[in-house]
Design a protein around this ligand. Structure first.
Ligand code: PEP
Ligand code: MN
Length: 333
């Protein structure tokens, strides 16, 4: 059960609510986010919620049977939108397009890609500076200097930045340079990181784990929300299955299921989803038709020379065609 409290609830009214919940053997978690005050109540299902609903200070009350609560669509009928400022909004009818290299490599590379984004009216740049790599000998990113490099060139053009944070200790230094923190597939269930991201006021996009279920993704998002951060995006990026013909199995089904189960915006990542460059554009368009609120894909001026994920990275010509086709599909939808 979720109880939304009035913002200026009196302490004595809150106490009466808590006492009533205790009488009915609910265990209660208080959640205060950027926007609302909630009580998450876990307990018996047979209590008549009107007993609590009429109490002073209660704004609304909802039964939510899902094991995740705050991210569930069962209580929030209007879809969430995440506002990045400068008219860049994702969700509830607003579509977010994010593109950029797998990794930030050099000033020259960033400059070329920023030029490409401007030309194609793409308002969010992706680019990893802390790279989770399967091999410890592979390029692991430029770190904070790479992020500063990206920021310096994006900021004058109001291009928003999404980049991966790998551990809680990195959040503070990254904070001033990031518009969306990305939680990568390998960290999808790093609960300490999720807790820490719940304590900041900055949007977070959380990717589905490599072998993660949809339910696990929603629960990971619940970690962040329940610590106080409602500015969340979910990302389908493919999962590991028995199929070996491609890098991951892009689970397009998940887009519809996530849209149904949650009010949060859903972003599709076809680059990691299939891992094969030539198929990325069609999957991007298919995800839009399947209901995605946004697409994130990898682009590089010379994919063949990219320091990571070149095999799934579009060149500028392919990216330009995709960006145009995305506009066409959006117009059709
Ligand atoms: C990435 O976005 O470059 C990345 C490493 O993604 P994932 O966590 O989905 O593998
Ligand atoms: Mn990548």
């Amino acid at each position: 059960m979720i109880i939304q409290l009035h913002k200026n609830i009196k302490a004595e009214d809150l106490q009466i609510i808590l006492n009533t919940l205790e009488t009915h053997k609910y265990s209660v978690t208080k959640v205060k986010t950027q926007f609302e005050n909630y009580l998450i109540c876990i307990g018996k299902q047979d209590v008549d919620i009107r007993i609590i609903g009429h109490l002073n200070g209660v704004k609304d009350i909802h039964r939510v049977s899902d094991n995740y609560k705050l991210v569930s669509s069962k209580w929030k009928t209007e879809n969430t939108k995440v506002d990045l400022g400068d008219d860049v909004v994702i969700g509830n009818g607003y579509h977010g397009l994010m593109a950029g290299p797998c990794s930030i490599e050099s000033e020259e590379q960033v400059s070329k890609i920023v030029g490409h984004l401007i030309k194609n009216d793409i308002k969010i740049m992706r680019g990893g500076v802390y790279k989770p790599r399967s091999s410890p000998y592979a390029f692991r990113g430029l770190g904070i200097e790479g992020l500063k490099m990206m920021h310096e060139q994006c900021k004058p053009h109001n291009i928003k930045i999404i980049t991966e944070v790998m551990q809680a200790s990195q959040i503070k230094e990254m904070m001033g340079y990031v518009d969306i923190f990305q939680v990568g597939a390998r960290n999808s269930q790093n609960y300490n990181l999720l807790d820490a991201l719940g304590e900041i006021d900055k949007p977070v996009m959380i990717k589905r784990g490599i072998s993660g279920t949809i339910d696990e993704l929603l629960n990971s998002a619940e970690y962040i929300f329940s610590k106080g951060n409602e500015k969340l995006l979910l990302c389908e990026r493919g999962i590991r299955t028995f199929e070996t013909m491609y890098r991951n199995t892009f689970d397009i089904n998940a887009i519809q299921i996530l849209k149904d189960k949650s009010h949060l915006p859903v972003i599709a990542d076809p680059s990691h989803g299939i891992g094969i460059r030539e198929y990325v554009p069609k999957l991007a368009l298919a995800s839009l038709v399947a209901g995605a609120d946004g697409i994130i894909y990898e682009v590089h001026d010379k994919p063949e020379e990219a320091l990571s994920d070149g095999q799934q990275t579009l060149n500028f010509i392919e990216s330009e065609t995709l960006a145009k086709n995305i506009q066409r599909i959006k117009a059709l939808l």
